[in-house]
Design a protein around this ligand. Structure first.
Ligand code: FAD
Ligand code: MLT
Ligand code: ZN
Length: 521
């Protein structure tokens, strides 16, 4: 199959271009994310406003006339039934809950534009929502904000099989895009455990990192262009597919990582690499964290350009996936595990390099045991041990989730200190993450939410991170839960400029209020 590159003019975008259908998302991949199971299995958290004592800002309330107006813009796609809204009002972690009365499902940029224009004129607050897999409480309303879902904006617009530039709507599910590209010999430049549910627009809005950032870099480099609807309904057209473009400020960067606070991303262009034809995965056991670091240095040194992921997890993370998901650990009794992935275009060459690396790692005593997978089934089983920790933790209890970046040699000391600090007040303290990116996921679970445990964790974790020149959000964003902690990682001057930008684009503050950027009051 081959596709044309179409000249894109956002004003004509959805009438002029041929939309290419995608396959259904593979919900089975993360069954926990399917909304029916999600709601039936898990208890409902208290309202965010009550747990966190937030006051509602003076936005208008949705009226019968507003609903009628939305019905005219998107007939049959205005959801007001309480049971249909339930899953959209609660985050994936089941830690925050809003009480939105209406969910809108536009299909086109023009529909989003009309919706936002009306909301802005009426002073109605909105929360954009993609796959609702965000982990910082940004994707659900705090009060009664109108939910605008990208679920029906799921069409591929074009794919250029020479440059690898994919242009698509924001609601395409990441894994569906991957399946689409696989048939053309390409792959998406990002991968994450939530791929079966998260939308590419949500990925941009959070500047998601994931499992292969080490290889393909961040979305700030791979996204070539985007289209967004601003709060007043105007359409910002930055949807080009050029590798190089130095004409003025790079406005798309403002929307990458803006977490729905500046506008709604409706379409994007992203540079996709060739799908590697040879993939190998090795799971290695180490007896302490300094050996984990030695493995990391060695694999960078020996695997060079074929290294595509380097992840780590501790024995507690392994225990949790074994207990809750019944996954099998092929290397029992190690204190730490490192998952190394290579991908390239020549299997023989990659295997040779991997074997030399493994021999060196064994001979120098960095690893105590290891297993290598080359066939797809075994590769997926090894990846499952790392990718599904998030899901296993959610089954363990209430999760306090921290996503930190810091110098790699400091990564695990925080987990150890936290364990000592919390003692028996925590059910489980785990550390895992993207070793290759200096990104630690410190997670603490308990039977239920407790203010005392939260006070033991915060500001301790943020102060510790800041003291070691780290960031309090490496990849998940700030959302609702972390917005007021931004000062641990950004200067007051930088936050002030962010507030001014927010005010310039969204003077009425209707876009995802209470999230990401602290208010000026
Ligand atoms: P949502 O959760 O729906 O929204 C996230 C934020 O973006 C919200 O603030 C929302 O308002 C805004 N938003 C959504 N769509 C738009 C849009 N079109 N325009 C403007 N704003 C929008 N994250 C990582 O970085 N790396 C990982 O490895 C990773 N792994 C995960 C694994 C699991 C199992 C889970 C549950 C989550 C994981 N995440 C990870 C977090 C999450 O999946 C990502 O943040 C993802 O990018 C969110 O996409 P989404 O479509 O679900 O967005
Ligand atoms: C991961 O790396 O698994 C994700 O960022 C999700 C998480 O932190 O649990
Ligand atoms: Zn992560």
């Amino acid at each position: 199959m081959s596709y044309f590159v179409l000249r894109l003019d956002s004003r004509k975008l959805h009438s002029a271009v041929r939309l290419l259908p995608l396959r259904e998302p593979r919900w089975g991949q993360i069954p926990f994310l399917s909304s029916n199971r999600f709601m039936s299995q898990e208890k409902v958290p208290p309202l965010t406003a009550e747990r966190y004592r937030v006051s509602r800002l003076p936005f208008s309330e949705v009226s019968v006339e507003d609903i009628r107006h939305f019905q005219k813009i998107i007939p049959g796609r205005v959801i007001t039934d309480e049971s249909d809204l339930k899953a959209h009002n609660i985050d994936w972690l089941r830690t925050v809950r809003g009480h939105s009365k209406v969910l809108l499902k536009p299909r086109t940029t023009e529909e989003v534009s009309k919706i936002l224009k009306h909301c802005n004129e009426r002073g109605l607050a909105v929360t954009p929502q993609g796959g609702n897999t965000g982990l910082v409480g940004g994707s659900v309303p705090v009060f009664d904000e109108i939910l605008i879902s990208t679920a029906l904006m799921d069409q591929v617009i074009s794919f250029d099989d020479v440059s690898g530039a994919l242009v698509c709507q924001a609601g395409c599910v990441l894994d569906s895009l991957n399946q689409y590209l696989a048939e053309l010999g390409y792959t998406m430049p990002l991968d994450l455990g939530a791929k079966g549910s998260c939308h590419i627009g949500g990925n941009l809005a959070t500047n998601a990192g994931g499992l292969r950032l080490l290889r393909y870099g961040s979305l700030r480099g791979t996204v070539l262009g985007l289209e967004a609807v601003l709060p007043d309904g105007s359409i910002l057209d930055c949807l080009n597919s050029l590798r190089k473009d130095n004409t003025g400020y790079d406005l798309k960067q403002l929307f990458i990582g803006s977490e729905g606070t500046l506008g709604i991303i409706t379409a994007l262009s992203i540079m996709c690499p060739r799908k590697p034809s040879a993939v190998n995965v090795a799971l290695l056991g180490c007896e302490n964290f300094s050996k984990v670091l030695q493995v990391f240095t060695l694999c960078r040194d020996q695997l060079g350009e074929i290294l595509s992921a380097c992840e780590f997890m501790d024995s507690e993370s392994m225990r949790i996936v074994q207990t809750h998901l019944k996954l099998i650990n092929p290397l029992p009794d190690n204190a730490f595990y490192v998952l190394v992935e290579t991908s390239g275009s020549c299997g023989k060459h990659d295997e040779e390099k991997l074997n030399i690396f493994l021999e060196k790692a064994m001979d120098s005593g960095f690893v105590t045991s290891g297993t290598v997978a080359t066939d797809q089934g075994k590769i997926m089983s090894l990846w499952g041990l790392r990718e599904r920790i998030t899901e296993a933790l959610a089954l363990d209890g209430y999760v306090y989730k921290y996503d930190l970046s810091m110098p790699v040699e400091k990564l695990y000391a925080l987990v150890e200190e936290t364990r000592v600090r919390l003692g028996s007040s925590a059910q489980c303290v785990v550390g895992y993450g993207h070793l290759g990116d200096g990104n630690l996921h410190l997670n603490v679970t308990a039977k239920s939410h407790s203010d005392a445990l939260l006070s033991a964790l915060e500001p301790f974790v943020y102060e510790w991170t800041s003291k070691h020149n780290g960031s309090i959000s490496a990849e998940h964003g700030l959302g609702f839960k972390k917005r007021d902690h931004i000062y641990y990682s950004k200067s007051a001057g930088a936050v002030h400029i962010m507030q001014q930008l927010k005010h310039m684009l969204d003077p009425k503050g209707i876009m995802n209020p209470y999230k990401t950027i602290p208010s000026t009051d």
